[in-house]
Ligand binder design. Structure first.
Ligand code: FAD
Length: 203
């Protein structure tokens, strides 16, 4: 029995020490390690050493007044260390009046407002009368790199696809690579990164 108590006690001691260490590690982090305030109000709210409200953070993020820097997963994992999760009536009001309509029930009118807010700052003369709005979709490959290769079963077919939202600026070089594939010329570039076979294991 004594031996059991001593082993259990040692285990508890280790767990307590580990928890204290974890806590110490968490407490040394500040919201500023993970987010970038963009206005004077948010700089004051997230100043080092304070434990800002998570509700306010969601609000500031939706209003474009703070940004998340670095890895999003790191930010989420460590959130209990530097945010206060106490909710106030103000947060509930914001949740129902802004968060739900803007995030869950997204509308074209909201898209237009968000785009206009940016146009007014960057290209004011483009923020005129809206003639037509359309949702644009693009194909994403699992690793977000292009596919520029010959068809695995029909080598006479060369293809360039899966530009994952950043193909426009590479149009000229993609054309050169395609021309080399079609004419059988040796490309000066290593096309392994764009190989269609790299997804062989993917569904
Ligand atoms: C919303 C959005 C934002 C983007 N932002 C960027 C960005 O900021 N930077 C960037 O570099 N890239 C961006 N891209 C990606 C870029 O636009 C594409 O990667 C690029 O246009 C792909 O070029 P493509 O020639 O392969 O295809 P496309 O440009 O789509 O050209 C294919 C053409 O084939 C035509 N076509 C289709 N079927 C047929 C048919 N049966 N007969 C005849 N013609 C046909 C289509 O009408 C079209 O003109 C964005 C894409 C979208 C949708």
């Amino acid at each position: 029995m004594d031996e059991f108590l001593s082993v259990t006690g040692r285990k508890l001691d280790i767990i307590i020490k580990f928890a204290a260490l974890k806590n110490q590690e968490i407490m040394t982090q500040s919201a500023l390690d993970f987010i970038v305030p963009k206005t004077n109000a948010t700089r004051a709210r997230y100043k080092s050493g304070s434990k800002p409200s998570f509700g306010h953070f969601v609000e500031d993020y939706i209003n474009g007044e703070v940004d998340i820097k670095g890895d999003f997963e790191d930010f989420i994992k460590a959130r209990h260390g530097y945010f206060d999760f106490t909710l106030t009536p103000h947060h509930f009001k914001f949740f129902f009046s802004r968060f739900i309509p803007e995030v869950a029930i997204h509308s074209k009118a909201q898209d237009e407002r968000i785009i206009r807010e940016n146009l007014v700052q960057a290209l004011p003369s483009l923020s005129g009368r809206l003639l037509h709005a359309e949702t644009c979709l693009y194909t994403m490959t699992p690793d977000e790199h292009f596919v520029i290769d010959r068809h695995p079963e029909f080598p006479q077919v060369a293809l360039a696809a899966g530009f994952s939202g950043h193909g426009f600026k590479f149009a000229s070089v993609a054309g050169e690579l395609l021309a080399d594939l079609v004419t059988g010329s040796k490309s000066p570039y290593d096309l392994e990164l764009f190989s269609i076979r790299r997804f062989a294991g993917h569904q």
